[in-house]
Design a protein around this ligand. Structure first.
Ligand SMILES: Cc1cc2nc3c(=O)[nH]c(=O)nc-3n(C[C@H](O)[C@H](O)[C@H](O)COP(=O)(O)OP(=O)(O)OC[C@H]3O[C@@H](n4cnc5c(N)ncnc54)[C@H](O)[C@@H]3O)c2cc1C
Length: 470
């Protein structure tokens, strides 16, 4: 990059955005250059933090004029390296100052927010209403609405309410040529042509910058029951979860599984966590029922399912939360799993999915093949029993040491995924990390379709280069 280009662009963006909106001091810039896992790849020219859609558009236009790449950035909790610069010939465009949430009208069952609003702040805003937003994930204190849409995040309730794309009613997007598409609507039924909003859900900043969204809301639960149950193996947990879902239907809103290796690892690294059962087992299920109908006795329904599972010798042991503090403690066991693994050291992560009925079979066969490659491997599998999404991660025999045969192990996992009719990228997206893998795994037709879309919307290739599709 020519130094003069960087200086000209910096001067222009400083004049446009002011000293709070354009950061080029290395100490300020470095705060935006690493992701949640602490990974850093390149230092950009600077960080733009606009406060209006018009300013986002002006920044994009200025970067186009200078041939500089733009990395749209939310809360940097994305796990696939799409949220940080990989070249110095770039700027970061952070949505962190566009975080307003509009007042909510209960009867509309929707909310309009700017893209930089934190998911956690949206949940807090809704506490004073009778409404809820059905996306919950461990990163909600930092993840932004725009980032969640751009990655089409899933989370714990996706099997019941869908992924982020199912919550989006309307969007405003700054396109890679600087034009603004105002598609902010609050309609469920809107078949006026192609569903453009869907195009940007999961596009990972490759097709434009999401600046505003209208999101669907639902009646808030007045009533919840949460259980943590132990099983002798994952097949028994799967059988039980199927039974519960078939018998209790739409009131089942949480169905997470955890295998014992990752449970033990997390308990050892986060000592304040309390394991709620007397003995450890092979697999655990965290089940939650919830409903807006407060006369339903959910605890009794859950107890009945638990007793039946116990009598059928499917369930080994379990607890049901007696109050909100106990409920939160049970959910923390699930939500701290990524942090527990992070504290343990090197991990080889695979965010994959398989048809729900084949989760146990996938784990059994893949575990055995992986162990034959590397007998000392610790296999950390957990995920969303309701939708087949498995976080299938490997750690070495001892905390802190590197994982031998990493590329052979990942190849093995992705071959297994292909055999099981699964997805090699379930909910975290592709980012920089999986773009080459995706090139190998996709059919030619699928690859051509995606490339045509990228070419049509982002022909100069300056919007988040090398992410999703080249
Ligand atoms: C502890 C932990 C738990 C997690 N749990 C889950 C989970 O259960 N389910 C799940 O799906 N994910 C999960 N994630 C992954 C992560 O939280 C999600 O990918 C989240 O949606 C990213 O949001 P963000 O604001 O941090 O985006 P970033 O990480 O900043 O960006 C992610 C991608 O989106 C693009 N982007 C960001 N904002 C915009 C925008 N406004 N317009 C266009 N493109 C944009 C970026 O360029 C990048 O490619 C977890 C992560 C952590 C650290």
């Amino acid at each position: 990059m020519k130094m003069t280009t960087a200086i000209h662009l910096s001067t222009k963006l400083n004049a446009l955005l002011g000293p709070k909106g354009w950061l080029d001091d290395p100490a300020d810039v470095s705060r935006f250059c690493s992701d949640w896992a602490g990974r850093e790849r390149a230092t950009p020219i600077g960080v733009a933090c606009p406060t209006t859609t018009q300013d986002v558009s002006a920044v994009v236009t200025a970067c186009n004029e200078h041939g500089i790449a733009i990395i749209p950035q939310g809360g940097r909790t994305g796990l696939v390296l799409g949220n940080i610069p990989h070249s110095e010939n770039s700027i970061i465009l952070s949505l962190c100052r566009m975080n307003r949430i509009s007042p909510i009208t209960a009867g509309d069952f929707c909310v309009e927010t700017e893209a930089g609003a934190l998911l956690g702040d949206l949940h807090t805003t809704l506490e004073d209403t009778e409404l809820m937003f059905p996306v919950h994930l461990g990163s909600e204190g930092s993840a932004q609405i725009g980032g969640l849409i751009a990655t089409n995040a899933g989370g714990n309730m996706a099997f019941r309410f869908g992924m982020m794309q199912d919550q989006v009613l309307g969007l405003e997007v700054v396109l890679p040529d600087g034009r603004i598409w105002d598609g902010v609507r609050s309609l469920i039924k809107d078949n006026a042509g192609f569903h453009l909003r869907r195009l940007f859900c999961g596009s990972e900043g490759r097709l434009g910058i999401i600046t505003r969204a209208t999101l669907r809301l639902h009646a808030a639960p007045r009533n919840r029951a949460t259980a943590f149950l132990a099983f002798s193996d994952t097949q028994a947990a799967l059988n039980f979860s199927t039974h519960v879902r078939l018998n209790l239907g739409e009131i089942v809103t949480g169905m997470e599984f955890i295998t014992d290796t990752v449970m033990g690892m997390t308990l050892s690294h986060i000592p304040e966590l309390i394991f709620p059962l007397e003995a450890r087992a092979d697999t655990y299920l965290l089940i939650e029922l919830s409903s807006a109908v407060d006369s339903l006795d959910l605890t009794e329904l859950l107890e009945n399912a638990f007793v039946r599972g116990y009598e059928d010798q499917q369930v080994l042991d379990g607890v049901i939360a007696q109050n909100e503090a106990q409920r939160e403690a049970l959910w923390r066991l699930r939500e701290e799993l990524p942090e527990g693994q992070k504290r343990d050291g090197a991990q080889l992560k695979h965010d994959v999915s398989v048809p729900v009925s084949r989760i146990a079979e996938f784990l059994q066969t893949t575990d055995a093949k992986a162990k034959s490659l590397n007998p000392n491997l610790r296999i950390c599998a957990f995920g969303h029993m309701g939708d087949g999404n498995i976080h299938y991660n490997y750690s070495s025999a001892h905390a802190g040491s590197t994982i031998a045969d990493a590329s052979a192990l990942s190849r093995l996992v992705y071959d297994q995924i292909a055999q099981f009719g699964g997805s090699f990228a379930a909910e975290h997206g592709l980012g920089h990390k999986k773009t080459n893998l995706a090139d190998d795994e996709r059919s030619t037709v699928e690859r051509d379709l995606m490339r045509s879309l990228r070419q049509a919307l982002n022909p100069e290739n300056l919007m988040n280069p090398d992410v999703v599709i080249n």
